[in-house]
Design a protein around this ligand. Structure first.
Ligand code: SAM
Length: 311
């Protein structure tokens, strides 16, 4: 799809470039905030799976820059934003970057070190695996990222804090909801207007972090397994089938963002400049080391018969 054609079909892609966001995902976080005021009183945030960085930009623009520009700002009192991704990310003012895998225990340790004994008010996670199109498999891999996010939450989030995580709606949504409810009394699944209806993506908005009394983060997985099994912790059946029938849970599901605003599933006419033409903007910040870069190099080399040089 050409740039102008995508600009027409994807209003949030076009708006992101016009407003200087690195990705259209920025609008999802902004729309979640419109509904849930997730930034209220927030001084410390962790952005998991942050590249190319549009959520980190939102955090910088909403939290760091206003505090920095305030006349009473003090260097040691500025919001702390730590962003993690497998991929490197171009710098963003006020954002500390960590390149790492959130499923690796060492990454949690690095994050904790940055907080220097203090805890975060908010953890956000927009992590997504490379989607295969096989829904069960994509949902499973996505759930592993959410659990990795939850592991980091149990180490760094302060009591009363919030956790926002991308989820894929599927057959185990009730199970995931019940697992999150162990730690957060208020869990809502939200669909921002900027997220296409055709996508199974939604966001879990988890409020008021309250781990069970005496909870030890080392026990997280055992505790989650208990929710997945009607017989308790010794059974590893994590299917959510037993959550059906009388055990069925009702999940609060909310559309968010200005409902009269742009519809991500509609095409919009392109704005013309004075001479009647349309000028498509370049992306704000192309990924600096995308995983597909190596594939493109290999393809180019093989077309030129030089693949051996790259191996
Ligand atoms: N929130 C980002 C933004 O607004 O620019 C977009 C995030 S993108 C949809 C998903 C990201 O998840 C990718 O950059 C990918 O590298 C990252 N990711 C996937 N698995 C990961 C893992 N195990 N550890 C860290 N990052 C991961």
């Amino acid at each position: 799809m050409g740039k102008a054609s995508r600009d027409k079909r994807d209003i949030y892609y076009r708006k992101a470039k016009e407003e200087g966001w690195r990705a259209r995902s920025a609008f999802k976080l902004l729309q979640i905030d419109e509904e849930f005021n997730i930034f209220d009183g927030v001084k410390r945030v962790v952005d998991l799976c942050a590249a190319p960085g549009s959520w980190s930009q939102v955090l910088s623009r909403q939290l760091y820059l206003p505090a920095k520009l305030s006349p009473d700002s003090r260097d040691n009192d500025l919001p702390l934003i730590v962003a993690i991704d497998l991929q490197p990310m171009a710098p963003i003012e006020g954002v500390i970057q960590v390149q790492g895998d959130i499923t690796n225990a060492r990454t949690a340790e690095v994050v904790i070190r940055h907080f220097d004994g203090c805890k975060a008010d908010l953890v956000v996670c927009d992590g997504a695996p490379d989607v295969t199109g096989l829904h069960d498999m994509d949902e499973f891999v996505q759930s592993q990222l959410i659990l990795a996010g939850l592991t980091i939450v149990t180490h760094v989030l302060k009591e009363g804090g919030k956790f926002i995580s991308k989820i894929f709606r599927g057959k185990d949504t009730s199970l995931l909801y019940s697992q999150l409810k162990l730690f957060f009394p208020v869990v809502t699944f939200a669909k921002p207007k900027s997220s296409r209806n055709s996508s199974i993506e939604a966001f879990a908005v988890c409020e008021n972090y309250s781990p069970p009394e005496g909870f030890n983060p080392k026990d997280l997985h055992r505790l989650l397994e208990k929710v997945g099994s009607p017989w308790g912790g010794d059974d590893l059946d994590c299917s959510s089938e037993w959550l059906e029938g009388p055990n069925k849970v009702y999940i609060p599901f909310l559309a968010c963002g200005d409902l009269g605003g742009y519809d991500s599933d509609r095409s919009y006419p392109l704005p013309k400049v004075a001479d009647g033409t349309y000028q498509s903007l370049d992306p704000v910040q192309p990924p600096i080391a995308p995983p597909y870069k190596r594939a493109l190099e290999l393809k180019k080399a093989s077309n030129q018969g030089g693949i051996r040089d790259l191996e």
